[in-house]
Design a protein around this ligand. Structure first.
Ligand SMILES: [Zn+2]
Length: 417
């Protein structure tokens, strides 16, 4: 299993094991030995009681049966699934097993079903016309997968990699960066209605453990910065949205669904399950800082003079002549406290722009992650710079460098929580 985890994006919370025939026995027997390792297990046409096959499959030699009825039957029980059923009961976990009505192991599976009832094991048993062959296994394995999927309610880990422009773009060279720095990618899916959302989770083990998030898939420099930020360790989470800013393209024609993913961090938002999963993946807590990375539209409205007119917003430093680069700090008080004032003055000295957002606890808020964080006392800094021109390497690099420069200042200040 460590080998598999190294090669594929495996979520250790959602491991399942199943098998057919003697493999069905193997799967359930392993589950009995290590119930903590798996969420559930299954067997199809399983040899769940080895005494049914004592003279076959070299079982006699493997178990060292002597011919003494009493000691042989003890050994056969010791190594049989049915003989260890109390371990499944003790785990409290549900299992699934199936067997064809013409299968030579049908009676064994019926006996196992009875044993499940007697021991209080919650099990789904499927018996249907069929024998010990691939036709039955093709039929029954689908039920195993459906059952396992039902145990993972709103998310699953994808094993199939999707083609992502953020990674594959020839000008941004992220594929090489990921490879050279041994960064791992896990893709987590969240289903909302008929729409499936994918969250990319990049991780690197190392001395740094900070967390970065990009919710707007259209913001390339933010993505590139997040990736580079975890060079020496950390977690970087990026919401996949076919390179769009808003949720347009999932199952609906463009224009009919419009949701800014940075406005879904409210429990009553229809996309709350996606937001909730992001919060969970970030392990958001008052103890750790979250960096949100954003890029604003070149020539757009997101400029210091405009932001200054917004409600509850103050510009506490305008030292950077580039009015589209800034650090955004939400806080639960109308004015920064002493600790925060010190941090802001550090950024001012570095020639950065600082935007301060007062988040009153009583107001509903705008569903942004900054408001959510402030409400939940999660320390949060948003670093925002003007986007580069997609596909123009020089422009892309300029934007990325600017974002990394702001990020470096925050790290240099070294917020101690
Ligand atoms: Zn953004």
């Amino acid at each position: 299993m460590p080998l598999i985890s190294e090669k594929y994006p495996v979520d250790k919370n959602d491991l399942f094991i199943t098998g057919l025939s003697m493999g069905g026995h193997g799967a359930l027997y392993l589950f009995e030995q290590k119930p903590g390792l798996f969420r559930s297990a299954g067997s199809t046409s399983g040899v769940l009681d080895l005494s049914s096959s004592r003279n076959r499959y070299r079982i006699k030699n493997l178990l060292g049966l002597t011919g003494n009825a009493k000691s042989d039957s003890l050994l056969l029980m010791k190594y049989s699934v049915i003989g260890n059923i109390r371990k499944i009961a003790a785990s409290g976990k549900e299992i699934i097993f199936s067997c064809g009505t013409e299968d030579p192991f049908y009676q064994v599976n019926n006996a196992f079903r009875k044993a499940c009832d007697q021991s209080g094991v919650k099990a789904i048993y499927i018996s249907a016309p069929g024998t010990h062959n691939y036709a039955f296994w093709h039929f029954s394995i689908k039920y195993h997968f459906d059952f396992f999927k039902s145990l993972v309610p709103d998310s699953s880990v994808l094993t199939k990699k999707i083609a992502d422009a953020d990674i594959l773009s020839p000008t941004r060279k992220n594929a090489r960066f990921i490879k050279n720095h041994g960064i791992k990618l896990q893709q987590v899916a969240v289903d909302v209605g008929d729409k499936r959302f994918i969250i990319n989770v990049f991780t690197k083990k190392g001395k740094q453990k900070q967390k970065f998030i990009v919710v707007h898939d259209s913001e390339d420099a933010a993505f590139d910065t997040g990736l580079r930020a975890i060079k020496h360790g950390g977690t970087f989470i990026a919401l996949e949205n076919n390179e769009n800013r808003s949720f347009y393209s999932y199952g609906s024609p463009k224009g009919s669904v419009h949701q800014d993913p940075n406005r879904m961090f409210n429990k009553d938002n229809p996309y709350w399950p996606v937001a909730q999963k992001i919060i969970e993946l970030l392990k958001a807590s008052p103890k750790e800082l979250i960096f949100a990375l954003h890029n604003n539209k070149p020539g757009g409205n997101f400029i210091l003079d405009t932001i200054a007119t917004w409600k509850n917003i103050s510009i506490l430093s305008d030292k950077d002549p580039d009015k589209r680069s800034l650090i955004w700090i939400p806080f639960s008080q109308p004015e920064p406290d002493q600790k925060l004032a010190k941090e802001i003055s550090f950024y001012k000295k570095k020639g950065m722009n600082v935007v301060y957002e007062y988040v009153p606890q009583s107001e509903r808020g705008d569903g942004s992650l900054s408001v959510y964080s402030s409400r939940h006392n999660i320390p949060y800094r948003n670093i925002e710079v003007e986007a580069g021109v997609r596909g123009d390497r020089k422009s892309e690099l300029k934007s990325r460098r600017k974002q990394l420069k702001y990020l470096k200042a925050v790290r240099d200040f070294g917020i101690i929580l």
